[in-house]
Ligand binder design. Structure first.
Ligand SMILES: Cc1cc2nc3c(=O)[nH]c(=O)nc-3n(C[C@H](O)[C@H](O)[C@H](O)COP(=O)(O)OP(=O)(O)OC[C@H]3O[C@@H](n4cnc5c(N)ncnc54)[C@H](O)[C@@H]3O)c2cc1C
Ligand SMILES: NC(=O)c1ccc[n+]([C@@H]2O[C@H](COP(=O)([O-])OP(=O)(O)OC[C@H]3O[C@@H](n4cnc5c(N)ncnc54)[C@H](OP(=O)(O)O)[C@@H]3O)[C@@H](O)[C@H]2O)c1
Length: 477
Protein backbone atom coordinates (compact mmCIF):
# COMPACT_ATOMS: atom_id res chain seq x y z
CA UNK A 1 0.00 0.00 0.00
CA UNK A 2 2.82 2.37 1.04
CA UNK A 3 4.65 1.55 -2.19
CA UNK A 4 1.55 2.36 -4.27
CA UNK A 5 1.34 5.79 -2.62
CA UNK A 6 5.03 6.40 -3.42
CA UNK A 7 4.37 5.34 -7.03
CA UNK A 8 1.47 7.78 -7.29
CA UNK A 9 3.59 10.58 -5.80
CA UNK A 10 6.52 9.89 -8.13
CA UNK A 11 4.31 9.90 -11.17
CA UNK A 12 3.06 13.37 -10.34
CA UNK A 13 6.50 14.98 -10.15
CA UNK A 14 7.79 16.78 -13.26
CA UNK A 15 11.30 15.37 -12.77
CA UNK A 16 9.97 11.82 -12.98
CA UNK A 17 7.98 12.59 -16.12
CA UNK A 18 11.05 14.07 -17.83
CA UNK A 19 13.22 11.06 -17.00
CA UNK A 20 14.18 8.13 -19.21
CA UNK A 21 13.01 4.89 -17.63
CA UNK A 22 15.37 1.98 -18.12
CA UNK A 23 15.02 -1.64 -17.06
CA UNK A 24 18.11 -3.88 -16.99
CA UNK A 25 17.25 -7.59 -16.74
CA UNK A 26 20.07 -9.44 -14.95
CA UNK A 27 22.38 -8.17 -12.22
CA UNK A 28 25.57 -9.95 -13.29
CA UNK A 29 28.67 -8.10 -14.57
CA UNK A 30 27.03 -7.24 -17.92
CA UNK A 31 23.91 -5.76 -16.30
CA UNK A 32 25.80 -3.81 -13.64
CA UNK A 33 28.47 -2.42 -15.99
CA UNK A 34 25.63 -1.33 -18.30
CA UNK A 35 23.82 0.34 -15.39
CA UNK A 36 26.99 2.11 -14.26
CA UNK A 37 27.67 3.45 -17.74
CA UNK A 38 24.13 4.68 -18.38
CA UNK A 39 24.01 6.39 -14.96
CA UNK A 40 27.31 8.15 -15.70
CA UNK A 41 26.45 9.22 -19.22
CA UNK A 42 22.77 10.16 -18.91
CA UNK A 43 21.78 12.11 -15.83
CA UNK A 44 18.05 11.79 -16.60
CA UNK A 45 18.12 7.99 -16.57
CA UNK A 46 16.33 6.10 -13.81
CA UNK A 47 17.26 2.44 -13.83
CA UNK A 48 15.54 -0.61 -12.38
CA UNK A 49 17.58 -3.80 -12.23
CA UNK A 50 15.56 -7.00 -12.28
CA UNK A 51 17.00 -10.38 -11.27
CA UNK A 52 15.35 -13.74 -10.80
CA UNK A 53 17.44 -14.39 -7.68
CA UNK A 54 17.03 -12.54 -4.37
CA UNK A 55 20.81 -11.98 -4.53
CA UNK A 56 22.59 -9.77 -7.10
CA UNK A 57 25.92 -10.11 -9.00
CA UNK A 58 25.21 -13.16 -11.21
CA UNK A 59 28.16 -15.50 -11.70
CA UNK A 60 30.39 -13.39 -9.47
CA UNK A 61 28.43 -14.94 -6.59
CA UNK A 62 27.36 -18.23 -8.21
CA UNK A 63 30.14 -18.99 -10.73
CA UNK A 64 33.54 -17.61 -9.71
CA UNK A 65 35.29 -20.28 -7.68
CA UNK A 66 35.20 -19.90 -3.88
CA UNK A 67 39.01 -20.08 -3.70
CA UNK A 68 39.15 -16.96 -5.93
CA UNK A 69 37.91 -14.50 -3.30
CA UNK A 70 40.04 -11.68 -4.73
CA UNK A 71 38.04 -11.84 -7.99
CA UNK A 72 34.85 -11.13 -6.02
CA UNK A 73 36.12 -7.71 -4.89
CA UNK A 74 34.39 -6.25 -7.96
CA UNK A 75 31.17 -6.71 -5.93
CA UNK A 76 32.06 -3.49 -4.04
CA UNK A 77 31.96 -1.51 -7.28
CA UNK A 78 28.72 -3.24 -8.34
CA UNK A 79 27.12 -2.48 -4.93
CA UNK A 80 27.92 1.21 -5.29
CA UNK A 81 26.20 1.19 -8.68
CA UNK A 82 23.12 -0.69 -7.47
CA UNK A 83 22.68 1.59 -4.45
CA UNK A 84 22.84 4.79 -6.55
CA UNK A 85 19.82 6.99 -5.80
CA UNK A 86 18.64 6.70 -9.43
CA UNK A 87 18.75 2.92 -9.28
CA UNK A 88 16.52 0.22 -7.77
CA UNK A 89 16.91 -3.54 -7.45
CA UNK A 90 13.99 -5.93 -7.93
CA UNK A 91 15.22 -9.40 -6.92
CA UNK A 92 13.16 -12.60 -6.99
CA UNK A 93 11.54 -11.39 -10.22
CA UNK A 94 11.96 -13.66 -13.22
CA UNK A 95 11.51 -12.46 -16.79
CA UNK A 96 9.33 -15.01 -18.58
CA UNK A 97 7.81 -16.35 -15.34
CA UNK A 98 6.64 -13.36 -13.26
CA UNK A 99 6.61 -10.75 -15.99
CA UNK A 100 6.71 -10.95 -19.79
CA UNK A 101 9.02 -9.09 -22.13
CA UNK A 102 6.10 -7.23 -23.72
CA UNK A 103 4.92 -6.07 -20.28
CA UNK A 104 8.39 -4.75 -19.45
CA UNK A 105 8.57 -2.96 -22.80
CA UNK A 106 5.16 -1.36 -22.16
CA UNK A 107 6.43 -0.01 -18.81
CA UNK A 108 9.96 1.14 -19.75
CA UNK A 109 11.42 3.39 -22.46
CA UNK A 110 14.43 1.12 -22.69
CA UNK A 111 14.91 -2.54 -21.79
CA UNK A 112 18.42 -4.04 -21.71
CA UNK A 113 18.56 -7.83 -21.52
CA UNK A 114 21.56 -9.08 -19.52
CA UNK A 115 20.28 -12.38 -18.20
CA UNK A 116 23.34 -14.45 -19.10
CA UNK A 117 23.44 -18.12 -20.04
CA UNK A 118 21.57 -20.38 -17.65
CA UNK A 119 21.46 -23.59 -19.63
CA UNK A 120 24.05 -25.99 -21.04
CA UNK A 121 25.41 -27.21 -24.36
CA UNK A 122 24.57 -30.88 -24.76
CA UNK A 123 26.40 -33.73 -26.46
CA UNK A 124 23.30 -35.57 -27.72
CA UNK A 125 24.89 -38.98 -27.32
CA UNK A 126 23.40 -42.12 -25.69
CA UNK A 127 23.21 -42.21 -21.90
CA UNK A 128 23.42 -38.44 -21.36
CA UNK A 129 20.56 -38.54 -18.81
CA UNK A 130 22.05 -41.24 -16.58
CA UNK A 131 22.29 -40.42 -12.86
CA UNK A 132 25.66 -39.01 -11.65
CA UNK A 133 26.20 -37.03 -14.86
CA UNK A 134 25.89 -33.27 -14.31
CA UNK A 135 26.64 -30.17 -16.28
CA UNK A 136 29.45 -27.96 -14.99
CA UNK A 137 26.85 -25.23 -14.41
CA UNK A 138 24.91 -27.43 -11.99
CA UNK A 139 28.03 -28.61 -10.15
CA UNK A 140 29.38 -25.05 -9.86
CA UNK A 141 25.98 -23.79 -8.66
CA UNK A 142 26.00 -26.63 -6.09
CA UNK A 143 29.35 -25.73 -4.52
CA UNK A 144 28.57 -22.00 -4.74
CA UNK A 145 25.23 -22.35 -2.94
CA UNK A 146 22.88 -21.31 -5.79
CA UNK A 147 19.38 -21.99 -4.40
CA UNK A 148 18.39 -23.97 -7.55
CA UNK A 149 21.11 -26.58 -6.90
CA UNK A 150 21.50 -26.63 -3.13
CA UNK A 151 19.58 -29.92 -2.91
CA UNK A 152 21.79 -31.72 -5.43
CA UNK A 153 24.03 -34.51 -4.15
CA UNK A 154 26.81 -35.22 -6.64
CA UNK A 155 28.38 -38.63 -6.28
CA UNK A 156 31.66 -37.79 -4.57
CA UNK A 157 31.25 -40.41 -1.88
CA UNK A 158 31.13 -43.75 -3.66
CA UNK A 159 33.64 -43.48 -6.51
CA UNK A 160 37.32 -42.67 -6.68
CA UNK A 161 37.28 -41.21 -10.21
CA UNK A 162 35.63 -38.18 -11.81
CA UNK A 163 35.66 -37.52 -15.55
CA UNK A 164 35.45 -33.88 -16.62
CA UNK A 165 34.60 -33.34 -20.28
CA UNK A 166 36.19 -30.16 -21.67
CA UNK A 167 39.43 -28.36 -20.84
CA UNK A 168 38.33 -24.72 -20.45
CA UNK A 169 38.73 -22.62 -17.32
CA UNK A 170 35.44 -23.87 -15.86
CA UNK A 171 36.71 -27.45 -16.17
CA UNK A 172 39.90 -26.40 -14.38
CA UNK A 173 37.90 -24.70 -11.60
CA UNK A 174 35.93 -27.88 -11.01
CA UNK A 175 39.00 -30.11 -11.09
CA UNK A 176 40.76 -27.82 -8.60
CA UNK A 177 37.80 -27.87 -6.22
CA UNK A 178 37.73 -31.68 -6.35
CA UNK A 179 41.49 -32.05 -5.86
CA UNK A 180 42.52 -29.23 -3.57
CA UNK A 181 43.10 -30.12 0.12
CA UNK A 182 39.79 -29.21 1.78
CA UNK A 183 41.49 -27.33 4.61
CA UNK A 184 42.39 -24.73 1.96
CA UNK A 185 38.68 -24.33 1.15
CA UNK A 186 37.73 -23.80 4.79
CA UNK A 187 38.51 -20.09 4.58
CA UNK A 188 36.35 -19.51 1.49
CA UNK A 189 32.64 -18.77 1.00
CA UNK A 190 31.93 -22.22 -0.46
CA UNK A 191 28.46 -23.48 0.53
CA UNK A 192 28.64 -25.19 3.91
CA UNK A 193 27.07 -28.46 2.71
CA UNK A 194 29.56 -28.65 -0.21
CA UNK A 195 32.52 -28.15 2.10
CA UNK A 196 31.24 -30.94 4.33
CA UNK A 197 30.68 -33.26 1.36
CA UNK A 198 34.18 -32.52 0.01
CA UNK A 199 35.68 -33.33 3.42
CA UNK A 200 34.20 -36.80 3.03
CA UNK A 201 35.00 -37.05 -0.71
CA UNK A 202 36.34 -40.34 -2.06
CA UNK A 203 37.51 -38.79 -5.35
CA UNK A 204 41.25 -39.41 -5.79
CA UNK A 205 41.56 -39.20 -9.55
CA UNK A 206 40.28 -36.58 -11.98
CA UNK A 207 40.43 -37.12 -15.75
CA UNK A 208 40.26 -33.86 -17.74
CA UNK A 209 39.36 -34.81 -21.28
CA UNK A 210 39.76 -32.71 -24.42
CA UNK A 211 38.61 -33.54 -27.94
CA UNK A 212 41.64 -31.69 -29.39
CA UNK A 213 45.32 -31.55 -28.39
CA UNK A 214 47.47 -29.68 -25.86
CA UNK A 215 48.20 -27.02 -28.46
CA UNK A 216 44.45 -26.23 -28.55
CA UNK A 217 43.54 -26.55 -24.84
CA UNK A 218 40.88 -23.92 -24.02
CA UNK A 219 42.17 -22.96 -20.55
CA UNK A 220 44.47 -20.02 -19.79
CA UNK A 221 47.98 -20.11 -18.37
CA UNK A 222 47.22 -18.51 -14.98
CA UNK A 223 44.47 -21.00 -14.19
CA UNK A 224 46.58 -23.92 -15.47
CA UNK A 225 49.55 -22.88 -13.34
CA UNK A 226 47.29 -22.75 -10.30
CA UNK A 227 46.01 -26.30 -10.65
CA UNK A 228 49.45 -27.66 -11.47
CA UNK A 229 50.77 -26.21 -8.24
CA UNK A 230 48.31 -28.02 -5.94
CA UNK A 231 50.33 -29.63 -3.19
CA UNK A 232 50.84 -33.36 -3.35
CA UNK A 233 49.17 -33.80 -6.73
CA UNK A 234 50.46 -36.20 -9.41
CA UNK A 235 49.92 -34.85 -12.88
CA UNK A 236 49.78 -37.28 -15.81
CA UNK A 237 50.14 -36.26 -19.45
CA UNK A 238 51.12 -38.75 -22.13
CA UNK A 239 54.36 -37.75 -23.83
CA UNK A 240 53.05 -38.81 -27.24
CA UNK A 241 50.12 -36.37 -26.92
CA UNK A 242 52.64 -33.54 -26.67
CA UNK A 243 54.22 -34.22 -30.06
CA UNK A 244 53.36 -31.30 -32.31
CA UNK A 245 52.71 -31.29 -36.05
CA UNK A 246 53.78 -28.42 -38.31
CA UNK A 247 50.17 -27.15 -38.20
CA UNK A 248 50.33 -27.12 -34.36
CA UNK A 249 53.60 -25.20 -34.48
CA UNK A 250 52.07 -22.67 -36.83
CA UNK A 251 49.13 -22.19 -34.42
CA UNK A 252 51.45 -21.87 -31.42
CA UNK A 253 53.67 -19.37 -33.21
CA UNK A 254 50.63 -17.22 -33.92
CA UNK A 255 49.28 -17.28 -30.38
CA UNK A 256 51.60 -16.55 -27.45
CA UNK A 257 48.93 -17.30 -24.84
CA UNK A 258 48.31 -20.73 -26.35
CA UNK A 259 52.07 -21.32 -26.48
CA UNK A 260 52.32 -20.62 -22.74
CA UNK A 261 49.57 -23.15 -22.01
CA UNK A 262 51.29 -25.76 -24.17
CA UNK A 263 54.66 -25.16 -22.49
CA UNK A 264 53.14 -25.48 -19.02
CA UNK A 265 51.59 -28.81 -20.00
CA UNK A 266 54.88 -29.99 -21.50
CA UNK A 267 56.75 -29.01 -18.34
CA UNK A 268 54.20 -30.75 -16.12
CA UNK A 269 54.53 -33.97 -18.12
CA UNK A 270 58.28 -34.12 -17.60
CA UNK A 271 58.46 -33.15 -13.93
CA UNK A 272 59.47 -35.94 -11.58
CA UNK A 273 57.16 -36.94 -8.76
CA UNK A 274 57.87 -38.79 -5.59
CA UNK A 275 54.98 -41.22 -5.46
CA UNK A 276 52.94 -41.83 -2.31
CA UNK A 277 49.79 -43.91 -2.02
CA UNK A 278 47.70 -41.01 -0.65
CA UNK A 279 48.44 -38.68 -3.56
CA UNK A 280 45.58 -37.47 -5.70
CA UNK A 281 45.94 -37.65 -9.47
CA UNK A 282 45.09 -35.30 -12.31
CA UNK A 283 45.18 -36.78 -15.82
CA UNK A 284 45.08 -34.54 -18.89
CA UNK A 285 43.76 -36.73 -21.71
CA UNK A 286 43.75 -35.38 -25.25
CA UNK A 287 42.28 -36.37 -28.63
CA UNK A 288 39.17 -38.09 -27.23
CA UNK A 289 35.59 -37.17 -28.05
CA UNK A 290 32.69 -38.57 -26.01
CA UNK A 291 30.85 -41.29 -27.94
CA UNK A 292 28.45 -42.67 -25.32
CA UNK A 293 27.91 -42.78 -21.56
CA UNK A 294 28.08 -46.30 -20.12
CA UNK A 295 25.44 -47.54 -17.66
CA UNK A 296 26.19 -49.70 -14.61
CA UNK A 297 24.04 -52.71 -13.65
CA UNK A 298 21.86 -50.36 -11.55
CA UNK A 299 21.60 -47.87 -14.42
CA UNK A 300 23.93 -45.16 -13.18
CA UNK A 301 26.91 -43.87 -15.10
CA UNK A 302 29.94 -46.15 -14.77
CA UNK A 303 32.12 -44.56 -17.44
CA UNK A 304 32.35 -43.02 -20.87
CA UNK A 305 33.23 -44.50 -24.23
CA UNK A 306 35.41 -42.13 -26.28
CA UNK A 307 36.32 -42.07 -29.93
CA UNK A 308 39.97 -41.20 -30.52
CA UNK A 309 40.38 -38.15 -32.71
CA UNK A 310 42.80 -36.36 -35.00
CA UNK A 311 42.60 -32.79 -36.23
CA UNK A 312 41.35 -31.46 -39.55
CA UNK A 313 41.23 -27.89 -40.82
CA UNK A 314 38.12 -25.97 -41.72
CA UNK A 315 39.41 -23.93 -44.63
CA UNK A 316 36.74 -21.25 -44.33
CA UNK A 317 37.40 -20.36 -40.68
CA UNK A 318 40.97 -21.65 -40.53
CA UNK A 319 40.02 -23.40 -37.25
CA UNK A 320 41.20 -26.94 -36.60
CA UNK A 321 38.56 -29.32 -35.33
CA UNK A 322 38.44 -32.89 -34.03
CA UNK A 323 37.40 -35.75 -36.30
CA UNK A 324 36.81 -39.32 -35.17
CA UNK A 325 39.29 -42.04 -36.18
CA UNK A 326 36.93 -45.00 -35.67
CA UNK A 327 39.00 -46.24 -32.71
CA UNK A 328 37.34 -46.33 -29.30
CA UNK A 329 38.39 -46.43 -25.67
CA UNK A 330 36.38 -46.77 -22.45
CA UNK A 331 37.26 -44.93 -19.24
CA UNK A 332 35.62 -45.72 -15.88
CA UNK A 333 34.22 -43.09 -13.49
CA UNK A 334 31.29 -42.87 -11.06
CA UNK A 335 30.91 -39.12 -11.61
CA UNK A 336 30.90 -37.30 -14.97
CA UNK A 337 30.83 -33.51 -15.27
CA UNK A 338 30.18 -32.01 -18.69
CA UNK A 339 32.11 -28.75 -18.93
CA UNK A 340 31.56 -28.10 -22.63
CA UNK A 341 30.05 -24.63 -22.37
CA UNK A 342 26.99 -22.79 -21.10
CA UNK A 343 24.01 -21.79 -23.27
CA UNK A 344 21.48 -18.95 -23.08
CA UNK A 345 17.74 -19.48 -23.22
CA UNK A 346 15.10 -17.40 -24.95
CA UNK A 347 11.92 -15.79 -23.63
CA UNK A 348 8.67 -15.45 -25.63
CA UNK A 349 8.64 -12.53 -28.06
CA UNK A 350 12.42 -12.36 -28.45
CA UNK A 351 14.45 -13.22 -31.56
CA UNK A 352 16.88 -16.00 -30.73
CA UNK A 353 19.68 -17.77 -32.60
CA UNK A 354 19.21 -21.35 -31.34
CA UNK A 355 22.39 -22.58 -32.95
CA UNK A 356 24.67 -20.06 -31.23
CA UNK A 357 22.43 -19.55 -28.18
CA UNK A 358 22.49 -15.74 -28.47
CA UNK A 359 20.05 -12.92 -29.18
CA UNK A 360 20.80 -11.61 -32.71
CA UNK A 361 21.90 -7.99 -32.43
CA UNK A 362 23.84 -5.21 -34.06
CA UNK A 363 26.13 -3.57 -31.51
CA UNK A 364 23.66 -4.52 -28.78
CA UNK A 365 20.51 -3.44 -30.67
CA UNK A 366 18.16 -6.42 -30.80
CA UNK A 367 17.05 -7.60 -34.22
CA UNK A 368 13.27 -8.15 -34.64
CA UNK A 369 12.06 -11.76 -34.47
CA UNK A 370 11.54 -13.33 -37.92
CA UNK A 371 13.31 -10.49 -39.67
CA UNK A 372 16.66 -10.08 -41.36
CA UNK A 373 19.58 -8.22 -39.80
CA UNK A 374 18.28 -4.81 -40.86
CA UNK A 375 15.05 -4.57 -38.83
CA UNK A 376 15.74 -3.59 -35.24
CA UNK A 377 13.48 -3.49 -32.18
CA UNK A 378 12.86 -0.03 -30.74
CA UNK A 379 14.25 0.38 -27.24
CA UNK A 380 15.39 -3.24 -26.80
CA UNK A 381 19.07 -4.05 -26.24
CA UNK A 382 21.22 -6.98 -25.18
CA UNK A 383 24.58 -7.29 -23.39
CA UNK A 384 26.94 -9.86 -21.87
CA UNK A 385 26.83 -13.63 -22.43
CA UNK A 386 23.32 -13.35 -23.87
CA UNK A 387 24.73 -11.03 -26.57
CA UNK A 388 28.11 -12.64 -27.33
CA UNK A 389 27.74 -16.26 -26.20
CA UNK A 390 29.19 -17.87 -23.06
CA UNK A 391 32.80 -16.73 -23.28
CA UNK A 392 34.89 -14.03 -21.71
CA UNK A 393 35.96 -12.97 -18.25
CA UNK A 394 34.25 -10.38 -16.03
CA UNK A 395 36.13 -7.47 -17.63
CA UNK A 396 35.06 -8.55 -21.14
CA UNK A 397 31.54 -7.51 -20.14
CA UNK A 398 32.77 -3.99 -19.43
CA UNK A 399 33.75 -3.51 -23.08
CA UNK A 400 30.59 -5.28 -24.19
CA UNK A 401 28.51 -2.89 -22.01
CA UNK A 402 30.33 0.11 -23.49
CA UNK A 403 29.22 -0.92 -26.97
CA UNK A 404 25.58 -1.52 -25.98
CA UNK A 405 25.38 1.72 -23.99
CA UNK A 406 26.80 3.64 -26.93
CA UNK A 407 23.93 2.29 -29.04
CA UNK A 408 21.38 3.21 -26.34
CA UNK A 409 22.70 6.78 -26.09
CA UNK A 410 22.90 7.22 -29.87
CA UNK A 411 19.26 6.13 -30.21
CA UNK A 412 18.19 8.42 -27.35
CA UNK A 413 19.93 11.29 -29.07
CA UNK A 414 17.95 10.55 -32.22
CA UNK A 415 14.83 10.60 -30.06
CA UNK A 416 13.48 7.31 -31.38
CA UNK A 417 12.81 5.79 -27.94
CA UNK A 418 11.14 8.70 -26.13
CA UNK A 419 7.64 7.41 -25.60
CA UNK A 420 7.35 8.68 -21.99
CA UNK A 421 6.55 5.46 -20.28
CA UNK A 422 5.71 4.99 -16.58
CA UNK A 423 8.84 3.26 -15.37
CA UNK A 424 9.13 2.11 -11.74
CA UNK A 425 5.60 3.00 -10.52
CA UNK A 426 4.18 0.91 -13.36
CA UNK A 427 6.34 -2.06 -12.39
CA UNK A 428 5.51 -1.78 -8.68
CA UNK A 429 1.79 -1.62 -9.43
CA UNK A 430 1.94 -4.67 -11.67
CA UNK A 431 3.91 -6.67 -9.08
CA UNK A 432 1.53 -5.68 -6.31
CA UNK A 433 -1.47 -6.68 -8.43
CA UNK A 434 0.16 -10.12 -8.84
CA UNK A 435 1.20 -10.34 -5.20
CA UNK A 436 4.83 -10.91 -6.16
CA UNK A 437 7.18 -10.71 -3.19
CA UNK A 438 10.17 -8.95 -4.73
CA UNK A 439 13.46 -8.28 -2.92
CA UNK A 440 14.87 -4.75 -2.79
CA UNK A 441 18.58 -3.89 -2.52
CA UNK A 442 17.98 -3.31 1.19
CA UNK A 443 16.55 -6.83 1.36
CA UNK A 444 19.75 -8.14 -0.25
CA UNK A 445 21.82 -6.12 2.27
CA UNK A 446 20.03 -7.96 5.09
CA UNK A 447 21.02 -11.28 3.51
CA UNK A 448 24.57 -9.98 3.04
CA UNK A 449 24.83 -8.80 6.66
CA UNK A 450 23.52 -12.06 8.05
CA UNK A 451 25.89 -14.14 5.88
CA UNK A 452 28.89 -12.00 6.84
CA UNK A 453 28.01 -12.01 10.57
CA UNK A 454 27.84 -15.81 10.53
CA UNK A 455 31.11 -15.82 8.55
CA UNK A 456 32.91 -13.73 11.20
CA UNK A 457 31.77 -16.19 13.88
CA UNK A 458 33.32 -19.06 11.88
CA UNK A 459 36.38 -17.31 10.47
CA UNK A 460 35.09 -17.35 6.89
CA UNK A 461 34.20 -14.50 4.47
CA UNK A 462 30.50 -15.42 4.73
CA UNK A 463 28.27 -18.41 5.29
CA UNK A 464 25.94 -18.39 2.29
CA UNK A 465 22.22 -18.79 2.69
CA UNK A 466 21.36 -21.36 0.06
CA UNK A 467 17.61 -22.08 0.33
CA UNK A 468 14.95 -20.04 -1.47
CA UNK A 469 12.65 -19.86 1.58
CA UNK A 470 15.40 -18.73 3.95
CA UNK A 471 16.73 -16.11 1.47
CA UNK A 472 13.26 -14.57 1.13
CA UNK A 473 12.59 -14.75 4.87
CA UNK A 474 15.83 -12.94 5.74
CA UNK A 475 15.36 -10.34 2.97
CA UNK A 476 11.91 -9.48 4.28
CA UNK A 477 12.77 -9.62 8.00
C1 LIG B 1 32.06 -21.24 -13.39
C2 LIG B 1 32.56 -19.89 -13.88
C3 LIG B 1 33.63 -19.28 -13.25
C4 LIG B 1 34.08 -18.04 -13.70
N1 LIG B 1 35.16 -17.48 -13.07
C5 LIG B 1 35.62 -16.29 -13.50
C6 LIG B 1 36.75 -15.70 -12.85
O1 LIG B 1 37.33 -16.25 -11.91
N2 LIG B 1 37.18 -14.48 -13.32
C7 LIG B 1 36.56 -13.84 -14.37
O2 LIG B 1 36.98 -12.73 -14.73
N3 LIG B 1 35.50 -14.40 -15.00
C8 LIG B 1 35.02 -15.60 -14.59
N4 LIG B 1 33.95 -16.17 -15.22
C9 LIG B 1 33.28 -15.44 -16.34
C10 LIG B 1 32.25 -14.40 -15.82
O3 LIG B 1 31.58 -14.94 -14.71
C11 LIG B 1 31.27 -14.03 -16.94
O4 LIG B 1 32.00 -13.38 -17.98
C12 LIG B 1 30.16 -13.08 -16.50
O5 LIG B 1 29.56 -13.48 -15.29
C13 LIG B 1 29.04 -12.98 -17.57
O6 LIG B 1 28.20 -11.93 -17.17
P1 LIG B 1 26.65 -11.82 -17.53
O7 LIG B 1 26.16 -10.63 -16.76
O8 LIG B 1 26.46 -11.86 -18.99
O9 LIG B 1 25.95 -13.15 -16.94
P2 LIG B 1 25.72 -13.64 -15.43
O10 LIG B 1 26.86 -13.33 -14.56
O11 LIG B 1 25.31 -15.06 -15.55
O12 LIG B 1 24.45 -12.79 -14.92
C14 LIG B 1 23.15 -13.06 -15.39
C15 LIG B 1 22.13 -12.64 -14.31
O13 LIG B 1 20.81 -12.76 -14.88
C16 LIG B 1 19.94 -13.35 -13.93
N5 LIG B 1 18.86 -14.01 -14.67
C17 LIG B 1 18.91 -15.17 -15.37
N6 LIG B 1 17.71 -15.43 -15.92
C18 LIG B 1 16.86 -14.43 -15.55
C19 LIG B 1 15.49 -14.15 -15.80
N7 LIG B 1 14.73 -14.96 -16.55
N8 LIG B 1 14.95 -13.04 -15.25
C20 LIG B 1 15.70 -12.21 -14.48
N9 LIG B 1 17.02 -12.43 -14.22
C21 LIG B 1 17.59 -13.52 -14.76
C22 LIG B 1 20.82 -14.33 -13.16
O14 LIG B 1 20.27 -14.63 -11.89
C23 LIG B 1 22.13 -13.54 -13.08
O15 LIG B 1 22.17 -12.74 -11.91
C24 LIG B 1 33.45 -17.41 -14.80
C25 LIG B 1 32.37 -18.02 -15.44
C26 LIG B 1 31.93 -19.26 -14.98
C27 LIG B 1 30.77 -19.93 -15.67
N1 LIG C 1 39.50 -17.77 -13.82
C1 LIG C 1 38.88 -17.28 -14.87
O1 LIG C 1 39.22 -16.22 -15.39
C2 LIG C 1 37.72 -18.04 -15.45
C3 LIG C 1 37.19 -19.14 -14.78
C4 LIG C 1 36.13 -19.83 -15.37
C5 LIG C 1 35.63 -19.41 -16.58
N2 LIG C 1 36.15 -18.34 -17.19
C6 LIG C 1 35.70 -17.94 -18.54
O2 LIG C 1 34.36 -18.31 -18.77
C7 LIG C 1 34.19 -18.67 -20.14
C8 LIG C 1 33.50 -20.03 -20.24
O3 LIG C 1 34.38 -21.08 -19.86
P1 LIG C 1 34.12 -22.60 -20.26
O4 LIG C 1 35.22 -23.42 -19.69
O5 LIG C 1 32.70 -22.95 -19.93
O6 LIG C 1 34.12 -22.58 -21.86
P2 LIG C 1 35.30 -22.72 -22.95
O7 LIG C 1 36.51 -21.98 -22.55
O8 LIG C 1 34.66 -22.39 -24.24
O9 LIG C 1 35.69 -24.29 -22.94
C9 LIG C 1 34.78 -25.26 -23.40
C10 LIG C 1 35.49 -26.62 -23.50
O10 LIG C 1 34.52 -27.59 -23.90
C11 LIG C 1 34.98 -28.27 -25.07
N3 LIG C 1 33.84 -28.68 -25.87
C12 LIG C 1 32.88 -27.89 -26.41
N4 LIG C 1 31.98 -28.64 -27.07
C13 LIG C 1 32.38 -29.93 -26.95
C14 LIG C 1 31.87 -31.17 -27.41
N5 LIG C 1 30.76 -31.24 -28.15
N6 LIG C 1 32.54 -32.29 -27.08
C15 LIG C 1 33.66 -32.25 -26.34
N7 LIG C 1 34.20 -31.10 -25.86
C16 LIG C 1 33.57 -29.96 -26.17
C17 LIG C 1 35.87 -27.26 -25.79
O11 LIG C 1 36.72 -27.93 -26.68
P3 LIG C 1 37.19 -27.21 -28.08
O12 LIG C 1 38.26 -26.25 -27.68
O13 LIG C 1 37.65 -28.32 -28.91
O14 LIG C 1 35.97 -26.51 -28.64
C18 LIG C 1 36.60 -26.66 -24.57
O15 LIG C 1 37.62 -27.50 -24.12
C19 LIG C 1 35.58 -18.67 -20.77
O16 LIG C 1 35.78 -17.49 -21.51
C20 LIG C 1 36.49 -18.72 -19.57
O17 LIG C 1 37.76 -18.13 -19.80
C21 LIG C 1 37.19 -17.63 -16.66
Amino acid sequence: MRRTRISQFLRQTGWWRRSIHVCVVGSGPAGLYTTEKILKQHNGAIIDIVDRLPTPFGLVRTGVAPDHQETKIVINQFSRTASNERCSFFGNLSLGRDISLSELRDIYDIVVLAYGAESDRTLNIPGEDLPNIHSAREFVWWYNGHPDCSNMSPNIQSTDTAIILGQGNVALDIARILLRPTRELETTDMADYALEALHRSSIRKVLLIGRRGPAQAACTAKELREILSIKDLRVHIKKRDLLTSSADEEELNNDRRQRRVYELLAKASSSLHSVTSTQKELHFIFFRKPHQFLPSFDNRVRGVSFEKTCLAKDFESGKRFAVGTGQFEELDAGLVLKSIGYKSVSVPGLAFDKQRGVVPNIKGRVVKANSDQTVLENGLYVVGWLKRGPTGIIATNLYCAEETVESVLEDLEKGTERKRKQGRPGLVELLESRDIQYVTFMGWEKIDMKEKAEGIRRNRPRIKITEWGELLRVANE
